[in-house]
Design a protein. Structure first.
Length: 272
C-alpha cells in the first residue's frame, strides 16, 4: 500500500462480498490432528481456524449480513480449500495474535489480521511470504488545517494498540509535540477524530481510505512511507502449515486468483 493515488482509487471502489465464515465459539474442546509429513496440524479437525481482530476493513470485517468478509478472509479461504476443510474465524485481541499466544493456547492455526512482518514478531511465530505492501497514513476531519505531523503540535493523535501505527506515532511524538491516545481497535481511533476527541488518527492506509470512503466527513491527508509488508503468522512448530500457505500464495499469484481477489477489494489490479 505504498501508492497514495492507487489506494485512494482503490478505496473508492471497495465492495462488500459474501464469504462463508463462522464465529469461533469453542477454544478449548476442539480436536487436534497429528502432523504427518506435509499435513498441517489443525486445532479443530475439519476446520482451518483463523485468528483476526475486527474490524479492519477491507481486510476483515462484518458485512451487512454479519458475515466476516475481506481480502484476508478470501486468501485464507484458498488455504482452507487446499486443505479440504472450511475456514472458521476467531475475533481476538490483536496483540494475542502478534505475540504468538493464540498458537501456544491452541486457539487457532493461522493469524490473518493485516499483520506487518517485524523481527520481534518473527521471534514469536513463523510468518508466510509477504502478501501485501503497506504503509501508514494520517486521517483527519474534512476541512481540518492538519496536513502532516508537523501540524499536530499540542494536539491529540489517535492510534490502535499493538500496531506499527502506534510505534510510528510514539517514535515521532517528541519531534512533533503531539499527545498519543491509544484505542483498542481501528474504528474507535478513527471515530475519535469524527467525535472531536482526537485531532488525527494514524493507521495503515488501506483501512483509513476505506473508513474515509464510508465516512466522507473525514479524509486521508498524507501517507508515511514505512516500507511494511503483511504476512500470515502461525506456530513455528507447524512447518507444514507454513509450507501450505506459501504454496497457496504462490499459486494464486501465478494463476491470477490473487489479482482477482485484490481487484475485488481494492478496485484496481494488484501491483506487479
Amino acid at each position: 500500500m505504498k501508492r497514495l493515488l492507487g489506494i485512494a482509487a482503490a478505496a473508492s471502489a471497495l465492495v462488500l462480498a459474501v464469504s462463508g465464515c463462522a464465529n469461533y465459539s469453542d477454544t478449548g474442546s476442539g480436536s487436534q490432528t497429528t502432523a504427518s509429513g506435509d499435513t498441517p496440524v489443525l486445532v479443530q479437525s475439519g476446520k482451518l481456524t483463523v485468528c483476526t481482530h475486527l474490524a479492519y476493513k477491507p481486510f476483515q470485517f462484518k458485512d451487512s449480513d454479519n458475515k466476516t468478509v475481506g481480502f484476508d478472509v478470501d486468501l485464507m479461504d484458498l488455504v482452507a480449500t487446499k486443505l479440504g476443510v472450511t475456514q472458521e474465524i476467531v475475533d481476538i485481541e490483536f496483540e494475542q495474535i502478534t505475540s504468538g499466544a493464540v498458537f501456544a493456547a491452541k486457539k487457532c492455526d493461522v493469524g490473518a489480521a493485516a499483520i506487518t512482518i517485524r523481527a520481534e514478531r518473527e521471534e514469536a511465530a513463523a510468518f508466510s511470504d509477504p502478501y501485501f505492501a503497506a504503509t501508514q497514513a494520517l486521517l483527519v476531519k474534512q476541512g481540518s488545517s492538519i496536513k502532516s505531523l508537523t501540524d499536530l503540535k499540542g494536539k491529540v493523535l489517535a492510534v490502535q494498540s499493538g500496531t506499527t501505527g502506534q510505534d510510528y506515532a510514539n517514535e515521532n511524538k517528541d519531534q512533533y509535540g503531539y499527545e498519543v491516545k491509544v484505542f483498542d481497535d481501528m474504528p474507535s481511533g478513527a471515530n475519535a477524530v469524527l467525535a472531536g476527541t482526537a485531532d488525527a488518527n494514524v493507521n495503515d492506509n488501506g483501512v483509513l481510505f476505506a473508513f474515509a470512503k464510508d465516512n466522507p466527513t473525514s479524509t486521508v491527508v498524507t501517507e508515511f512511507s514505512t516500507g511494511e509488508e503483511y504476512g500470515f503468522n502461525m506456530s513455528k512448530d507447524n512447518t507444514a502449515m507454513l509450507k501450505t500457505v506459501n504454496e497457496v500464495l504462490k499459486t494464486a499469484k501465478e494463476d491470477g486468483t490473487y489479482n482477482t481477489i485484490y481487484k475485488k477489494w481494492f478496485g484496481v489490479d494488484a501491483p506487479q
